[in-house]
Design a protein around this ligand. Sequence first.
Ligand code: APR
Length: 170
Amino acid sequence: MSERIEIIRGDITRSDADAIANAANTSLLGGGGVDGAIHRAAGPRLLEECRTLHGCETGKAKITRGYNLKAKYVLHTPGPVWHGGGHGEAEKLAGCYRSCLALASEYGCKTVDFPSISTGVYGYPVDKAARVALSAIAGYLAEHPEIERVRMVCFDEGTKRAYEAALAEL
Ligand code: APR
């Protein structure tokens, strides 16, 4: 199923996937990084809907409409903050991808784009995160043919290389 996984360089706010994931925080009330970029691109109605969700646990996900984004839905998922790897970070990060994909299936999405969750402000080493992310995505796709394509939308070359290396190891 790795043929259904693509690694691209780009700005996820321009994605035309059915759903894009957002590397959120547990408040779901916006922030910097990709979270800030998605809220800016989607417009103020995104925050209005997020306010009704009353936050989200790390490793879980909640869904909203995409508003001014091309994507129909946004899958908000708080990733783990990196504390050295001994605090269940890998399991929580895998949970982010699985939870987003489960919601995508539930809402009939066929294509899902992800940013590199937790590897910015939250400090998760990108080579480790990439292996966890792609293993979780590949595991989900093996059981869920309804998802036709998952892309990692990497904002910089280093991130793209890390995910390409992890995909090659699958
Ligand atoms: N498109 C795709 N990827 C992006 C974009 C974008 N427009 N902007 C940033 N990124 C990338 C970053 O370069 C990084 O590789 O998203 C990845 C995740 O980085 P962060 O946005 O810092 O997210 P994270 O590390 O999960 O930290 C989440 O930051 O913005 C706050 O509210 C957010 O508190 C939460 C925390």
